[in-house]
Design a protein around this ligand. Structure first.
Ligand code: C5P
Length: 232
């Protein structure tokens, strides 16, 4: 299977809607991101089904708990055969280190990615929870903590990817949502980059939802984006 750059966000409410969509795409063109809504509705059985169909799965459950609980949750998630999963960096160094240790022990370790600051948070909201200063400083601080704790990379906006590449030594993966191919609807995303701009900014994996899931021909939409990325 050729290496893939795109994870299509399966933002569906139930397994049947997700599987109807998945029948229209191919594991050669994208991986699939399963988040909290779909996982809560459809559970591990759906994840295993997607893995059995040959898709790389990014399990986006953003674990954040005491170190031992996060380590055990990741071990359980790894047993489903996922390719990548994530934890909140705000869980702190001990939690991140215990997460990385747990992942290193499993066979075919999934990529372990950190969430720094949710893009829904601004400087005022950060101050409310006791985090002073610009959002970008907090993002860099948490990304450095992720790197030091043994994580493989972070979820970040493509606009932060360049800053992170300049400050954190490779290998350090940048997984970026907020992507819109030219001519597609913004939806509720405010600051977006095109797939090419995101990769040029240093993104390793792109998380793209509606421009693919709502396209009249999702496979063609994926092929178009992959073709644009192939010429970079
Ligand atoms: O449809 P769209 O391309 O906007 O979907 C983006 C996906 O990435 C959604 O699953 C969304 O929850 C997720 N995401 C995001 N922005 C973040 C983190 C995750 O859009 N900062």
């Amino acid at each position: 299977m050729p290496d893939i750059k795109i994870f299509t966000a399966l933002d569906f409410a139930d397994a049947n809607s997700a599987l109807d969509f998945v029948a229209k795409v191919s594991p050669d063109e994208c991986g699939l991101k399963v988040g909290k809504e779909l996982f809560t509705a459809a559970g591990p059985a759906l994840v295993e089904k997607l893995v059995d169909k040959g898709f790389k799965v990014f399990l986006d459950l953003k674990f954040h708990d005491i170190p031992v609980t996060v380590a055990k949750a990741l071990t359980a998630a790894a047993s489903l055969g996922v390719y990548m999963f994530n934890v909140h960096c705000l869980g702190g160094r001990e939690m991140l280190e215990s997460a990385a240790e747990a992942v290193a022990k499993v066979h075919n370790s999934p990529l372990l990615i950190g969430v720094t600051i949710l893009t829904s948070m601004d400087e005022t909201q950060l101050r409310d929870i006791g985090v002073a200063g610009p959002v970008e400083d907090a993002v860099l601080r948490l990304a450095r903590l992720a790197k030091m704790s043994g994580l493989d990379g972070v979820v970040c906006s493509a606009r932060e990817a360049t800053m992170l590449s300049a400050n954190i030594t490779a290998p350090f993966l940048k997984v970026t949502p907020g992507i819109r191919p030219l001519g597609t609807a913004l939806g509720d995303q405010k600051r977006v980059l095109t797939p090419q701009q995101a990769v040029q900014a240093g993104a390793d994996y792109l998380v793209i939802g509606r421009p693919i899931t709502k396209a009249p021909d999702p496979l063609q939409a994926l092929r178009d984006i992959n073709a644009q990325l192939a010429v970079l």
